[in-house]
Design a protein around this ligand. Structure first.
Ligand code: CAA
Length: 389
């Protein structure tokens, strides 16, 4: 069977961020709690005219500059901060990108895990029809109550991946390890704008699920801990990945030095520290960070991935980085996007946090505030109007 996996991968985040030093100062908290304790520096905040649709379309747009979209058989849209209970956010993206009308579109949800489900389903579809491609997009806005422990772990971002046969970035292995368990560590009832989270419990369940998914993975795969050169974890905040990787190395009785353990994940953390949690997108933005921020050539290396979605579903899977992957990255675009973002002061952050959400069908025109290729221009009669720049 032909290898299947990620052929191209790109991410997008909004043009605004709040430095966690600014948040700490407003709260009277020691900034080191955020910079060191949870390992986060900044968090992305969506502009008034930005949401999961505009971020998703902006993430996917670069993938199609030299691509024939007619080969896209399916668009899988993963999110837990969707904008409609019925219509898939992916349909707006399908139009904005000009995808062909024979392409099916569906939205998937299982907290931060759903993008991994989408990638695995996409691989299965492409394995059946190797001449086709599947577009997987994950896009989320992480929002918690003001003055709650989760507030410093907010963020926003989208990742877009083209899944193809003979991919140029990552060949994904068929063997996976899963763990599913009905737990209430983090959830958001339909009537709430912010997530409810039992923070300490959620970190405990994350680590327990890692061990269980890993043990299931080792039953399915011939690979062991020592065969994997680098690891990417779901990133609610970067310290979580550091704790997780130490935990996994203990589970495997690895005799690596602490610095070697840290080196296996360090490059995957850079972008998340600057963006914050992007829920379903976070694991794969971490993978982009590993590819783009690392100084060594990862061609031919085996990577381990741990995906975690509260509630909970966890998956451990693996893949091989394809030699020559560097020439297909969007490294300069990503770095210039991050460098050109604008810092918010605390009052501006509160205004964005409280962005009006018209719910009575009133007509609202939204002023230009974002800088991406696509924006939310207005809402009228309960319909959202998206436009390209
Ligand atoms: N200098 C340095 N470090 C400091 C410090 C200071 N001044 N003050 C505190 N710290 C350290 C603490 O010692 C602690 O370190 P350890 O974890 O190593 O003990 C760390 O900073 C955090 O401090 P607290 O434990 O006191 O923080 P908290 O309770 O206020 O919040 C949290 C932590 C519960 C994780 C909170 O951020 C939260 O609720 N986050 C949202 C939920 C979440 O992200 N869960 C992750 C697993 S679930 C998941 O992954 C799905 C998802 O995306 C949400």
């Amino acid at each position: 069977m032909l290898p299947v996996g990620i052929d191209k991968i790109s991410f997008y985040t909004s043009n605004y961020y709040l430095d966690l030093r600014t948040l700490a100062c407003a709260q009277g908290t020691d900034p080191e709690k955020y910079y060191v304790g949870i390992g986060q520096e900044k968090m992305g905040m969506p502009a008034h005219d930005e949401d999961v649709v505009t971020m998703a379309a902006s993430a996917a747009y670069p993938l199609f500059e030299d691509e024939q979209s007619k080969h896209i058989s399916t668009l899988l849209f993963a999110t837990e901060s969707g904008i409609d209970q019925s219509k898939s956010a992916g349909i707006y993206v399908h139009r904005l990108l000009g995808l062909n009308q024979n392409c099916r579109v569906v939205e998937l949800k299982q907290a931060c895990y759903s993008a991994t489900a989408a990638v695995q389903m996409a691989c299965a579809l492409v394995a059946r029809q190797p001449e086709t491609s599947v577009l997987v997009i994950a896009s989320d806005v992480a929002k918690y109550e003001l003055d709650s422990p989760g507030e410093a772990t907010q963020g926003c971002g989208a990742v877009a991946m083209l899944i193809k046969a003979n991919p140029r970035i990552l060949e994904i292995d068929a063997e996976v390890g899963n763990h599913t368990e009905d737990v209430m560590d983090f959830w958001r009832p339909n009537y709430l704008k912010t997530a409810i989270v039992d923070g300490k419990y959620s970190t405990k369940i994350y680590l327990q699920s890692l061990k269980k998914a890993w043990l299931n993975f080792t039953q399915a795969s011939d690979l062991g801990f020592a065969d994997l050169s680098h690891f990417c974890y779901h990133l609610p905040f970067s310290r979580m990945a550091q704790k997780a990787h130490k935990h996994l190395s203990r589970v495997n009785k690895s005799n690596l030095e602490p610095a070697q353990i840290e080196a296996q994940i360090a490059d995957s953390l850079f972008y998340n520290k600057l963006i914050g949690n992007s829920y379903a997108a976070a694991l794969f933005i971490g993978f982009i960070s590993l590819l783009e921020k690392g100084s060594s050539d990862l061609g031919g290396k085996k990577i381990g991935f741990f995906s975690y979605g509260s509630g909970c579903v966890a998956e451990f899977f693996s893949g091989t980085v394809v030699a020559g992957y560097q020439q297909y990255l969007f490294k300069e675009q990503h770095q210039s996007m991050l460098e050109s973002r604008q810092a918010l002061d605390y009052e501006q952050y509160i205004v964005l946090y409280n962005t009006p959400d018209p719910q009575r069908g009133e007509s609202v025109t939204i002023a230009e505030d974002s800088t991406g290729k696509f924006r939310l221009a207005g809402i009228a009669n309960h319909k959202r109007e998206y436009v390209a720049r």
